[in-house]
Design a protein around this ligand. Structure first.
Ligand code: HEC
Length: 108
């Protein structure tokens, strides 16, 4: 009886973990994929082939006051000179946010 209950709770805990892990992996994968599709041509590996003074490194983002997800999404909508502008139609908020998360958690 006790063992059965133990097994049931073990199963439900691992079920919750599996679901959580799949969701996390999906979210960061979506960010990576969207980044590669939309941004990597000019920002390979977080660099900047057009204006090398503005890479996606933490220090450069911090210097520009844009090291948060919200600010990064704003910048995709209102970019500086030489960068493609992404409106909500070409890059929906959820995707822009996933990219911002990917940038902040990937480039040092
Ligand atoms: C056509 C090339 C091009 C594409 C595509 C592009 N960028 Fe840029 N990006 C630039 C250029 C050029 C700058 C520098 C603009 C400036 O001088 O302010 C820049 C600047 C940035 C910055 C500021 C970096 C800093 O250190 O201040 C961020 C963040 C950024 N881009 C994110 C993105 C994201 C996210 C995408 C994809 C959704 C993207 N870029 C797509 C060319 C591009």
């Amino acid at each position: 009886m006790k063992i059965q209950r133990f097994i049931v709770s073990l199963l439900s805990i691992s079920g919750v973990c599996a679901v959580a892990c799949i969701c996390c992996a999906d979210a960061s994968l979506a960010g990576k994929r969207a980044f590669e599709e939309n941004c990597a041509v000019c920002h390979p590996e977080g660099g900047n082939i057009i204006n090398p003074d503005k890479p996606l490194s933490k220090s450069s983002l911090a210097a520009g006051g844009i090291a948060t997800e919200n600010k990064l999404v704003w910048l995709m909508r209102n970019p500086g000179p030489g960068m493609t502008s992404f409106d909500e139609e070409s890059l929906p908020d959820a995707e822009a946010r996933a990219i911002a998360h990917y940038i902040l958690s990937t480039f040092k």
